[in-house]
Design a protein around this ligand. Structure first.
Ligand SMILES: NC(=O)c1ccc[n+]([C@@H]2O[C@H](COP(=O)([O-])OP(=O)(O)OC[C@H]3O[C@@H](n4cnc5c(N)ncnc54)[C@H](O)[C@@H]3O)[C@@H](O)[C@H]2O)c1
Length: 303
C-alpha cells in the first residue's frame, strides 16, 4: 500500500535547498502539511535569505500541496521553538521532524578556529536539539512522533579536513541513541540518515558531473519511509544515495572478561590484543548493557 502522510504535519529543517527540499516535496506529495524551515544562508553559515524557503513553499503549493515557510535559525533555542510553533499555529499538530539543516567549514585541524568549531556544532547538533526539544512534549502528549536526524560518512567513518563536521555528525548518533530509548514508550521512533547527494554542500568536494548525477531524490525514499507510521524501527543508521541503501551500526565485540580477581597489566592487554579488538560475533546494542537482539526478544515477549 502506498505510504501516505494524509492528516499529518511535518517539519523539515534546512528545506530551502538540496536534500531538505527533496524531502519536503515528497512528504507534501504524499499528503503531509509541511513547515519548510530555512535560514537561507550560504554553505558556510553566513547570511540569511528568505527566498530559499519561500520558493519551496511556492513549489509545493503549485503542485497542489500545503506548506508554510519558517525562516528561523535552528541554532537559536527560541528559533527551534518557533519552528514547532509554526506547525502548531498553522496546522494544529506535528507528527514528523527531519533535522536536516547543515553547513560546512572544512579546514585541516591544525588551522581550525574556535568559530569554525562552534558554528558547525551550533547548526548541526544544537540545531537538532532545539527543534526536537520543542517537539518532544508534543510527541509525548499525542504518543506519536517520527524523527530523522542527519549524520554523514564523515562522522561515521572519518574524512580529512572535517574534524568539526565529523564530530558534530557523530554527535547525532549519541542523540539518537538516547532519544530512541526516551521516545520508545511514546511511539516516537528516532532514526538517522547518512546521505550522499550532489548539492551545494558537496559541490566543493565533488566534480560537477557527479553533483549532477547524484540527485537528492535517490536519498528521499529512505527518509520518507523512516518518518512514516509504517516504520516502527528506532535507533538505526541508514546510508542512502547514489543508488545505494545500507545500514551502518556501532557494534560491541565480545572481547575478554578476565574478572575482578586480579588486576591485569598492560602486558596482558598486549598479549590479548587480537581477542580484545576482534569483532567476530559483534552485535549492535539497544542500550548500555543490553544488545538489540535481547531488546527485540523482550519486546516480542511483551506482545
Ligand atoms: N549532500 C551530501 O552528500 C551530504 C552528505 C552527508 C550529510 N549531508 C547532510 O545533509 C544535510 C543537507 O545537506 P545538503 O547537502 O542538502 O546541503 P544544502 O546546503 O543544499 O542544504 C542545507 C540547507 O540548510 C540550511 N541551513 C543552514 N544553516 C541553517 C540554520 N542555522 N537554520 C536553518 N537552516 C539552515 C541552508 O540554508 C541550506 O538550505 C546537512 O545536514 C548535511 O550535513 C549531506
Amino acid at each position: 500500500m502506498a505510504i501516505s502522510f494524509e492528516g499529518q504535519v511535518a517539519v523539515v529543517t534546512g528545506a530551502g535547498a538540496g536534500l531538505g527540499r527533496a524531502y519536503a516535496l515528497d512528504l507534501a506529495k504524499r499528503g503531509a502539511k509541511v513547515v519548510v524551515n530555512d535560514l537561507g544562508g550560504d554553505p558556510h553559515g553566513q547570511g540569511e535569505n528568505r527566498a530559499a524557503a519561500q520558493k519551496v513553499v511556492d513549489e509545493i503549493k503549485e503542485a497542489g500541496g500545503e506548506a508554510v515557510a519558517n525562516f528561523d535559525s535552528v541554532a537559536d533555542y527560541d528559533g527551534g521553538f518557533n519552528i514547532v510553533k509554526t506547525a502548531i499555529d498553522n496546522y494544529g499538530r506535528l507528527d514528523v521532524v527531519i533535522c536536516n539543516a547543515g553547513i560546512l567549514r572544512d579546514v585541516a585541524f591544525h588551522n581550525m578556529s574556535e568559530d569554525d568549531w562552534d558554528k558547525v556544532f551550533a547548526v548541526h547538533i544544537k540545531g537538532s536539539f532545539t527543534v526536537l526539544r520543542a517537539a518532544w512534549p508534543v510527541f509525548r502528549q499525542q504518543s506519536y512522533g517520527r524523527v530523522v536526524l542527519t549524520t554523514s560518512s564523515s562522522g561515521i567513518y572519518g574524512q580529512f579536513g572535517q574534524a568539526n563536521y565529523g564530530a558534530a555528525k557523530t554527535a547525532m548518533l549519541g542523540l539518537m541513541n538516547v532519544l530512541k530509548q526516551e521516545g520508545a514508550k511514546y511511539n516516537v521512533m528516532v532514526n538517522t540518515v547518512g546521505p550522499v547527494a550532489g548539492t551545494r554542500l558537496t559541490q566543493t568536494v565533488m566534480p560537477q558531473e557527479m553533483v549532477d548525477r547524484l540527485k537528492p531524490e535517490y536519498v528521499v525514499p529512505a527518509v520518507t519511509y523512516m518518518v512514516a507510521k509504517e516504520c516502527t524501527d528506532s535507533g538505526l543508521i541508514i546510508e542512502a544515495g547514489a543508488g545505494n541503501f545500507n545500514r551502518a551500526a556501532i557494534v560491541k565485540g565480545p572481547g575478554l572478561q578476565p574478572g575482578l580477581d586480579d588486576i591485569k597489566d598492560a602486558e596482558w592487554v598486549q598479549a590479548n590484543w587480537d581477542k580484545i579488538t576482534s569483532l567476530e560475533g559483534a552485535e549492535p546494542m539497544w542500550r548500555t548493557g543490553q544488545t538489540l537482539r535481547e531488546h527485540l526478544a523482550e519486546k516480542q515477549a511483551q506482545g
